[in-house]
Ligand binder design. Structure first.
Ligand code: ADP
Length: 433
């Protein structure tokens, strides 16, 4: 490209020069009454490195600057002249003649012929200039590549350094060190996000680890209590210090019942998070179903001197998992039963409104303190552990209820006043698909 542009430039320069010469000779020819000094013409031609021929109107050559040497010699001279340029060897040029009409006031008075070697514009200085230009370009190319290389090394270092540190963090997490610091020094957004994601992963794993440990200790604790009771009672019977009366066996039976309830709850709490609950939906009359559950609870409540009442809007059809629905209500009702006091009362309400089903379970039991209220749906959360022995809760019931309600696209919330009572409200969308 450099060659091309440069030669084009030189060629246009030459054209300009020829135009100038043509104008000058034309002027000179007129001024000197169509006569020119041949020596002067030769010098002029030599100086401009061209051959000048002038013909008169009858096409006869009247001047020719090339009297003593042939243009072939001219080309040869150039060749030898440039020989030392080595790598920029000038190719042998062709001899070319250009004709220009000499005119005076619009009349033709002769013809000027300018002969030249077509690469004569490649003078030594032009060649040197071109060579220098070429070398400069090569050099700047190298410099550019070098700078690019340095930049890419610096940038790739800046990219790999934090990546290496993230890799170390990931390896540390892999090795079980979950409390690692995932922060990296970089201003690359993606790397910061990656590092944050790794940190989040570590934290989540640490949390899960924590939950697992708490879970395990809670489970073993929960299982130990009824087992110890059973064992001590059975030992007392074996030792003969405790009569195996019907009443005593009833106590053991209750303990076993509690144990099996706990095991059931545990199984549910493991498998049924809101993400993994598998619903077995069917169409059924929820009003009838709720009525039946309440009826079944009446004797249990009455036995303890409590009452259970229902206000059920009849014939509401739903498309839900019937077993899960029963379990939700059972969990809520058995909770109420546990936390009722003298003259305890539970009120169950079912309504359909705005294509929504609302179920309320309201009791006048011991209530829940404000500080506990936000936590009662958490796994293993029990309000007062010392009291729990007598109520026999596991802290799993409400967390199971919540995940089952949410699996149906519904939601549950609680209102409670400590010492006055508690009200759970469930909302389900009516149209379940
Ligand atoms: P638990 O098996 O201990 O009852 P839950 O998850 O069912 O576990 O309930 C969590 C806690 O919420 C209970 O320990 C209890 O203190 C409180 N709670 C639940 N229902 C009621 C209620 N109807 N009245 C008072 N407190 C309740």
């Amino acid at each position: 490209m450099i060659n091309n542009r440069f030669e084009n430039y030189l060629i246009s320069e030459r054209e300009e020069k020829f135009q100038r010469i043509y104008y000058e000779i034309n002027q000179l020819y007129i001024d000197n009454n169509y006569k020119l000094d041949p020596m002067e013409l030769i010098h002029y031609a030599l100086a401009e490195d061209i051959n000048i021929i002038i013909k008169d109107t009858s096409n006869k050559i009247i001047y020719n600057s090339n009297t003593r040497r042939s243009m072939g010699m001219m080309g040869g001279m150039h060749h030898g002249h440039m020989g030392h340029m080595g790598y920029m060897h000038r190719p042998e040029g062709k001899y070319i003649e250009k004709e220009y009409p000499l005119t005076f006031e619009g009349d033709l008075i002769g013809t000027l012929i300018i002969g030249y070697i077509d690469n004569a514009y490649l003078t030594e200085s032009a060649m040197i200039f071109k060579g220098t230009l070429f070398r400069s370009f090569i050099l700047s190319g190298f410099v550019t590549i070098l700078i690019g290389l340095i930049f890419s090394i610096v940038i790739s270092n800046r990219l790999t350094q934090p990546l290496v540190s993230i890799k170390d963090t990931a390896n540390a997490i892999k090795a079980g060190n979950l409390q690692v610091d995932s922060e990296v020094k970089t201003d690359v957004k993606e790397i910061i996000e990656l590092s944050e994601a790794i940190g989040f992963l570590g934290n989540t794993l640490a949390e899960q680890e924590d939950i697992r440990k708490r879970y395990a200790s809670d489970i073993s604790h929960e299982l130990r209590t009824p087992l110890t009771t059973l064992r001590t009672h059975l030992e007392a019977i074996i030792d003969g210090v405790w009569e195996p009366t019907r009443e005593h066996l009833q106590i053991l039976m209750e303990e076993i019942q509690r144990l099996s309830n706990l095991v059931d709850n545990l199984r549910d709490s493991f498998t049924e998070t809101e993400y993994s609950i598998k619903l077995n939906k069917e169409r059924f009359n929820i009003s009838k179903e709720l009525e039946a559950i309440i009826t079944a609870y009446v004797p249990i409540y009455e036995k303890k001197g409590f009452t259970i009442l229902g206000s059920i809007e009849p014939n509401i059809e739903v498309y839900m998992d019937k077993d899960k629905f029963k379990q939700i209500i059972n969990n809520l009702l058995s909770n109420s039963l546990r936390y009722l006091e003298d003259e305890g009362q539970v009120f169950v309400d079912l309504k359909e409104n705005n294509r929504k089903i609302t179920i309320k379970v309201k009791d006048n039991g011991i209530g829940i303190k404000d500080k506990d209220l936000p936590h009662i749906f958490n796994r293993f959360y029990r309000v007062d552990t010392s009291r729990q022995k007598s109520t026999g809760g596991s802290g799993l019931g409400l967390s199971i209820v919540k995940s089952m309600v949410e699996a149906h696209g519904g939601y549950i919330y609680v209102e409670s006043q400590y010492g006055k009572g508690t009200e759970f409200t469930l909302n389900f969308p009516l149209k379940q698909t």
